[in-house]
Write a protein that binds this ligand. Structure first.
Ligand code: FAD
Length: 415
């Protein structure tokens, strides 16, 4: 006699939604999480504000997903952004819409989202076991799930179950409990794991310029990715200089291509355009006007009209300009160099901050071996996967959480 219809491994975004749906369907559900609280990663999403989902329609949503969003179509058809917003509202968490179609809880507290989902699951009768690290999934001779093995405190325990939903997340921010255990369960079951790599991750650069501008945020700049000198990708957005290199939304967005190219041993440069609103001619005219109208001013002071204070010493240094040089002493060649640097300061990428600081893990359980209509493994009966453990990742904007919510829901709906 099985003790539970379904065991869910992981009480994160996917696990909580799976638990709510499974219990709704009157299945007996147990959720095990190795942490002492549910949703540890959820709590830090959106800088503690939780970008729950995005208002994009399904087709636009799928365009944001790698390597192939089409896998998610059945999951999104069943449970999409309207559904998670509606479910949270039912639980007393109202949402608000921000720039870029991003939904956040009105309270701006990720904890409220976790609290609401956890309480809803408890109310539905879900049994949670915390500080319980699942080590193994058992199968019978017919390749059907028969149970799980876990450690609670120092005790090894087992549970007999018909179905297991693996919702263990990826490998990024391992301090939240998501340290890649799901890939081991998948491999044990015979599944292929597509190459894992960190994405939405800050980048380390060679030059000292970034460190010298540490703490400076530039709004809506343009960042180009040059791979072996060829322009491969560009994005607009906010950038943050750090002691190790570059971070901020625009860098996280381009990091996918950068990490991939670095991995293949390519030379990767990020070129920052400090003045994306002006083309070279317009910027040149503007600089010329500034120089002409302020001939007696020192170039160091004149740069204040063009650049944030923290960037001025870096520009003077790269351009080998003395800050005390007067504007009317700047030659045409020097003016051209100023304009060129404003339109493109190069940063050589030497690495990235790894899984420890990556928002998402790319790669994961190979989608070809999972039924997209049910999230069930094609290799073992009763074994389901949901959330980041799958070979799916998306850009920032609430897309990643929706993937977890929808796949968790669909898995539980299919049992
Ligand atoms: C800093 C940060 C900010 C983010 N902000 C956003 C955002 O605003 N919007 C957005 O859409 N996405 C955001 N993301 C991504 C989003 O958090 C993840 O995509 C999402 O949490 C994945 O959900 P999941 O349920 O698959 O995994 P997780 O939420 O990572 O949950 C996995 C759970 O499994 C448990 N677990 C793992 N192994 C075991 C085991 N062996 N036994 C028992 N339990 C186990 C873990 O303890 C954990 O609780 C952010 C990520 C980070 C790191």
């Amino acid at each position: 006699m099985q003790e539970h219809d379904v065991a869910i491994v992981g009480a994160g975004a996917a696990g909580l939604l799976a638990a709510i749906r499974a219990a709704d369907r009157e299945l007996s559900v147990v959720v095990l999480d190795k942490m002492s609280l549910p949703g540890r990663k959820l709590m830090i999403t959106g800088k503690g504000r939780c970008n729950i989902t995005n208002s994009a329609d399904i087709d636009d949503f799928l365009m944001q997903v790698y390597p192939d969003g089409r896998f998610l179509y059945p999951a999104f058809k069943k449970f999409f952004s309207y559904e998670i917003i509606g479910l949270l509202e039912e639980c007393g968490v109202e949402s608000m819409l921000e720039r870029g179609g991003r939904y956040f809880p009105k309270s701006e507290k990720a904890d409220d989202v976790v609290d609401a989902l956890y309480k809803k699951a408890l109310k539905n009768g879900v049994n949670f076991i915390f500080n319980a690290k699942v080590n193994k999934i058992h199968y019978n001779n017919n390749d059907e799930v028969s149970g799980i093995e876990y450690v609670e405190g120092s005790k090894m325990k087992t549970l007999d179950v018909f179905n297991v939903i693996i919702c263990t997340g990826g490998k990024s921010y391992p301090g939240t409990g998501s340290s890649g255990d799901g890939y081991v369960f998948a491999r044990d079951a015979g599944h292929k794991i597509e190459n894992l790599f960190p994405v939405l991750v800050p980048l380390e650069t060679k030059e000292m310029h970034a460190a010298e501008m540490q703490g400076l945020t530039l709004k809506n700049i343009n960042a180009k990715v040059l791979i072996n000198g060829e322009l491969k990708h560009e994005e607009f957005g906010d950038l943050l200089f750090t002691h190790f290199g570059l971070s901020g939304p625009v860098i996280l967005t381009i990091s996918r291509n950068v990490v991939y190219a670095l991995d293949k041993g390519n030379d990767v440069k990020i070129q920052i355009d400090f003045k994306p609103a002006l083309d070279v001619e317009k910027l040149d005219a503007r600089v010329m006007r500034d120089l002409n109208e302020n001939g007696k001013k020192k170039i160091g002071n004149l740069f204040r009209k063009l650049l944030p204070q923290k960037a001025i010493p870096v520009f003077l240094n790269v351009l080998s300009l003395d800050e005390n040089k007067l504007a009317n002493q700047i030659s045409a060649v020097e003016r051209k160099a100023i304009v060129e640097l404003l339109k493109g300061m190069d940063f050589t990428v030497v690495g990235h901050r790894g899984f420890k600081e990556a928002v998402i893990t790319a790669g994961g359980v190979c989608l070809k071996e999972i039924n997209p209509k049910t999230m069930q493994s094609k290799l073992k009966k009763g074994l389901y996967f949901a959330g980041e453990v799958l070979d799916l990742d998306a850009n920032t904007g609430g897309y990643n959480l929706q993937i977890a919510f929808s796949t968790g829901w669909l898995a539980a709906d299919s049992i």
